[in-house]
Design a protein around this ligand. Sequence first.
Ligand SMILES: [Zn+2]
Length: 296
Amino acid sequence: MFRIGLTGVAVALFATMFVASAQAQTAQRPLYAVTKVDGTDNVYIFRYQNHQAMFVVTKAGVIATDPISLRRPAAKAYIEEIGKITKAPIKYVIYSHSHYDHIAGGKPFKDLGATFIAQRNARERLAELKPADVVMPDQVVDKKKVIHLGGTTLELIYVGKNHSDSMLVMRLPKEKVIFTVDWIPLQSVQFRGMADTYFPDTIAGLKKVIAMDWEKLIPGHPGPDGRQIGTKQDARDHLAYLEDLSAAVKKAVDEGKSYADAEKDIKLPKYEKWGGYGPFLPMNIERLYDFYNRGI
Ligand SMILES: [Zn+2]
């Protein structure tokens, strides 16, 4: 019991240190910024604090994604920044998945007449939970939907359950860019205890994404070094991490180890420089331990 208590305290401490160091690192950055994606004419990233969303500018209008405005006025800045680039109307807001930290606060976009789109399971979740500050999707995607606007094509693809049961992969085939959030982090382990994450579906989905034709990955958060765009190698590296984690935890469960011993004994030195390794690896281990030990 004593060790379990200490471990909990240590995890909390390390988590605090991790957050503090991330905050120190981001303290030099402006609160928000727009970055044009190199090699494209029309694809941008809107970052606010440590969340980011993609938007695409066409002559016929703008396709925006996640409002990233939970308990903060990011949407206002997001709309003002779009207005500095184009006077074309914002036609769409597309939700990456159902989690509020990415999709809350879209009302200013709705007031401008944007159509909101999400995966069907996201709309069902939102209809059940009724979060106060989340605009309900007007349209849903089951497996795939393609948006054509002003000469730009954007595919909205559902590859199955991963980090939520409502994750879309948004792919710009001409620009070879994808935007998908939280489940393919750049050089980081999975966040905390992998809440709302389905396993092994995540691995199957990641293989589908790697097989798609694209060159740049825009994730929902910059990497630990502030990098905002990833490559296919980042996706392959994350797949390797999940496979290595999975194999190590399965072995520990097969050997009859306890949660505590699995968390103490499993080290994945290949990833020790990754974001979140110290505080979150034990929590990632616990998530996989449940999967192999009890099938949950
Ligand atoms: Zn999420």
